[in-house]
Design a protein around this ligand. Structure first.
Ligand SMILES: [Zn+2]
Length: 345
């Protein structure tokens, strides 16, 4: 009896020492296995219990259980202590003021987005709101409703990406105007920025996907003078207060009369340089008064309403503004190129 109790006392002493020297979760686990694991010291004592005389067994059993409970309690306390210590360690490391700071990489807006945002901001101030439409369009919205003749080359499969079901990737943002007019009675005053697609072979000035922003204003008694004043104000807000515009007669099926409009060259202030091919003007895009046939197509009364529409290529504006000579730079995602554009707004 006393021999067995002595063994328990000895085992407890050893256990206290082992546990006291454990300073990590792994060391604690090793100690636990050596004490109460399958081949542990206390497990062996449990087996020895069976060989004791039966009258000694109850007291010996009680003493062994008490010892095991003490060991378990010690393990629990230590385990909590070690966990707290390792958490504290993390926290202390995070707050170590002697460590050099971590540099956060801040993303930048793509030049195409900078130009879109600037255009939208200017038109918003003039009372236009932003409208959006799908990039996969119907032939009706992309061509028919816009009064595009059935034999117009832009409808050709060589120019436009068609799907097997007859739909297409929009070739312009103009279908957004049709969708807005289908849903809404005049007055309408929208700009529609977005991505467009054409079967163009990429070169310095062409890309199979590009961006446009299109404007539409429909109300009573809208005139060409309104169109010109909006374009002039836009040009000056975007490019500088000394910029002028000019309108040249042109033809588009969507508008009648139609014009192409130019900005005076921002590089040479209209004196003539290589960029403007010595003309003093930079061709921007097309505009005009909405063709009454378009109003009829979507159910507006052409006798009652009039309106103007204009469009422009975002890449074209970006290339002029940032003096970019190759459109492909805008799509190659080269960080050395893109990191030069800091959005100042
Ligand atoms: Zn010039």
């Amino acid at each position: 009896m006393s021999k067995y109790i002595d063994n328990i006392s000895l085992a407890i002493e050893t256990a206290r020492e082992k546990l006291a020297s454990a300073s990590s979760a792994a060391e604690l686990e090793n100690a636990r296995v050596s004490l109460i694991g399958r081949n542990g010291a206390f497990t062996a004592l449990g087996k020895d219990l069976a060989s004791l005389p039966s009258e000694e067994r109850p007291d010996a059993g009680k003493a062994l259980n008490a010892a095991k409970e003490e060991v378990l309690a010690l393990i629990n306390v230590l385990s909590a202590k070690i966990a707290t210590a390792s958490n504290l360690g993390e926290k202390e490391r995070a707050e170590d003021l002697t460590l050099p700071g971590r540099k956060w990489k801040i993303g930048r807006k793509h030049p195409v987005n900078i130009v879109i945002d600037d255009c939208v901001r200017i038109f918003r101030r003039m009372g236009f709101i932003v409208a959006e439409g799908p990039e996969i369009e119907t032939v009706f919205h992309n061509f028919d409703a816009l009064n595009t003749p059935y034999d117009h080359p832009s409808r050709d499969t060589a120019d436009t990406f068609y799907f097997a079901d007859g739909r297409l990737l929009r070739t312009q943002t103009s279908p957004v105007q049709i969708r807005v007019m289908e849903k809404q009675e005049p007055p309408v005053r929208i700009v529609a920025p977005g991505r467009c697609f054409r079967r163009d072979t990429p070169d310095a000035t062409h890309s199979a996907n590009f961006h446009q922003i299109e404007g539409l204003y429909v109300d009573k008694d809208v005139s060409m003078a309104d169109l010109k004043s909006v374009l002039l104000q836009f040009a000056r807000e975007l490019m500088g207060q000394d910029v002028n515009i000019r309108l040249r007669p042109h033809f588009f099926p969507f508008t009648e009369p139609s014009v192409e409009y130019d900005f005076s060259c921002v590089m040479c202030s209209g004196k003539g340089c290589r960029i403007c091919k010595h003309s003093g003007w930079l061709e921007i895009s097309g505009a005009g008064m909405v063709n009454p046939a378009v109003f009829s197509n979507i159910g507006y009364d052409p006798e009652k309403w009039s309106g103007f529409a204009f469009g422009m290529g975002i890449e074209r504006i970006a290339m002029i503004r940032y003096k970019i000579t190759d459109i492909r730079l805008l799509y190659e995602n080269d960080g050395r190129f893109l990191n030069q554009f800091v959005n100042i707004h």
